[in-house]
Structure formats: structure tokens, C-alpha cells
Design a protein around this ligand. Structure first.
Ligand SMILES: [Zn+2]
Length: 280
């Protein structure tokens, strides 16, 4: 059990992805109502991390895209807006050196890139005092990626975590940081979603299981998912529980909404209310 003193939303910097790839088999005429596309068919994406303050730890969940890749690499992702991970941590009242732990839901570049920086030609942690936490089966998956996910698993983001000597590989049933985990396998191998108890409410950091509020409907599954039929089952199971137990979903990639809850209506799950984390 870990007693959470406070939660802070950490905006690490927005980007864009292809709307079609983000919605799989769903037609554009439907998804563009919630996620409007630009002239290149790209939709706006947040890369929102969560900072958890406990009595003796400061835990960052995921770390955004970072800034060390080439111009050419970033030209595919249309970064926009003023947010940066350093500024957002400062705004929450902390220094990078205060972060004791960085927990990764998974190692796709838009979730872990910001944890590693280039300093005097070396790839080193941005958070010099932090331990890193990754699922052990996901780690194996990420260091020898299949060709479909290869563009998302950048070894420049991943191998320096091990080299730092601060990498901890954990099993799906462990909870070394005190909070429970929901582990899902449809998006990628063993993505871990933190379940947090705060202010008498249950929050789940839903990562790429439900990337934006436009993805609440069960079949609205990203084209990126490695096992979409498994995501279908995992989403249906999770949303059933979320609607019944009034669980709050912390959204990582939605530019408009930080936190939402869900209701079930005529056998379909729908967005119920939207919240700012600081107003809860
Ligand atoms: Zn992902």
C-alpha cells in the first residue's frame, strides 16, 4: 500500500500521429468527430505523464518523446506547443534530481524517450537519482523488436537505461512501488497500467489501452496494436469495471481531457464526465 500525498499532471510536449493509424478499422467520417484531422490527416496527441508524490518517493509514470532524436525522425511526428518535461516538473514544484523513480508502462518512444538525454555525446538519464522500472518480459520484447514495432522501440532510449545501472525488471504481479498494476497484452507485450488510490477515488493510468477519449468505444482500437482482438477483450473487461466502480481514467494522449469517467448506455461504453486532475 502506498499513501499518495499528491498527483501532478506533467505535460511533456504535444505531437501528431496519423488519424487512420490511431483508429484502425474505424472510418474517418466517425473518428474525425472526436479527433479532427489536419490537411495531412494527422491528429493532435498529448504526451502526458503523471507525477506521484508519496511521503518518501517522487515517482514519474512515463516520460514522453524527449528531444534527442534527429530532425528527420521528429519530422514524422509534428511536435507542437510550448510544453516540456523540465518546465512541467518545475511548475509542479520539483527538480529533475528530486525524482526517485521512473515507471514505464511500456518502451515505445513516446513513453520513454524523455528519460534519456544526450550529454557531452553520451546517452544518460535525465533524472540522475532515479531508479527505472520496466516489465521483464516487455524488456526482452523491446530489445529484440519485431519489424512491425521496430520503429517504436528506439535502442537509444532503451539500452542507456540498462547502462545506467538503475534498471529494475519486474514481473506483472509485483508491486515494488506500492501501487497495483493492470497488465495488458493487446497493444504490446506486457504493458503495465498503474492503479492508484487517491482522495478516496481509484485512478488508472490507461496509457495506450485507451489513448484518447475518442477511443472509449470498445472496437475503436489503434492500428498500431500488435494483438487487436486481445485489446478488444481487455478493453471490454476494463471498461465494464470502470463504469461499474466509477474508476477515473488518466489519459496520456488526449489533448483536451486529462481525466474522464465512463458510463454504460444501451450496452455501449460512453464518455461520462471530464475532469482536470487539479480539480479532483
Ligand atoms: Zn505504445
Amino acid at each position: 500500500m502506498c499513501i499518495i500525498k499528491n498527483l501532478y499532471s506533467i505535460e511533456t510536449g504535444n505531437f501528431k500521429l496519423d488519424g487512420g493509424a490511431m483508429f484502425g478499422v474505424v472510418p474517418k467520417t466517425i473518428w474525425e468527430k472526436t479527433n479532427p484531422a489536419d490537411e495531412l490527416n494527422m491528429i493532435e496527441m498529448a504526451a502526458r505523464s503523471l507525477l506521484i508524490e508519496t511521503s518518501h518517493k517522487l515517482i514519474l509514470i512515463d516520460a514522453g518523446l524527449g528531444d534527442k532524436q534527429s530532425e528527420k525522425f521528429f519530422s514524422h511526428y509534428y511536435r507542437w506547443g510550448e510544453y516540456s518535461i523540465d518546465t512541467s516538473i518545475k511548475k509542479a514544484g520539483f527538480k529533475n534530481g528530486d525524482i526517485t523513480d521512473v515507471f514505464f508502462t511500456h518502451l515505445h518512444f513516446d513513453h520513454c524517450g524523455g528519460a534519456i538525454i544526450r550529454k557531452s555525446g553520451e546517452l544518460v538519464p535525465r533524472f540522475e537519482n532515479a531508479n527505472f522500472w520496466v516489465n521483464k518480459d516487455h524488456w526482452k520484447w523491446a530489445i529484440s523488436p519485431n519489424s512491425r514495432e521496430k520503429a517504436s522501440f528506439l535502442q537509444d532510449n532503451i539500452l542507456p537505461l540498462e547502462k545506467s545501472g538503475k534498471l529494475n525488471l519486474i514481473g506483472a504481479s509485483e508491486k515494488p512501488l506500492g501501487f497495483d498494476l493492470l497488465t495488458v497484452n493487446g497493444h504490446t507485450e506486457k504493458m503495465m497500467l498503474p492503479i492508484l488510490e487517491f482522495k478516496n477515488k481509484t485512478f488508472v493510468f490507461v496509457s495506450d489501452l485507451i489513448p484518447t477519449a475518442g477511443h472509449v468505444r470498445v472496437p475503436f482500437i489503434m492500428g498500431y496494436d500488435t494483438r487487436p482482438l486481445l485489446t478488444l477483450q481487455e478493453k471490454a473487461f476494463f471498461l465494464e469495471k470502470a463504469a461499474k466502480d466509477k474508476i477515473l481514467l488518466f489519459l496520456q494522449h488526449d489533448v483536451r481531457y486529462e481525466v474522464i469517467d465512463i458510463r454504460k448506455e444501451n450496452d455501449k461504453f460512453k464518455l461520462n464526465k471530464t475532469f482536470k486532475l487539479e480539480d479532483i
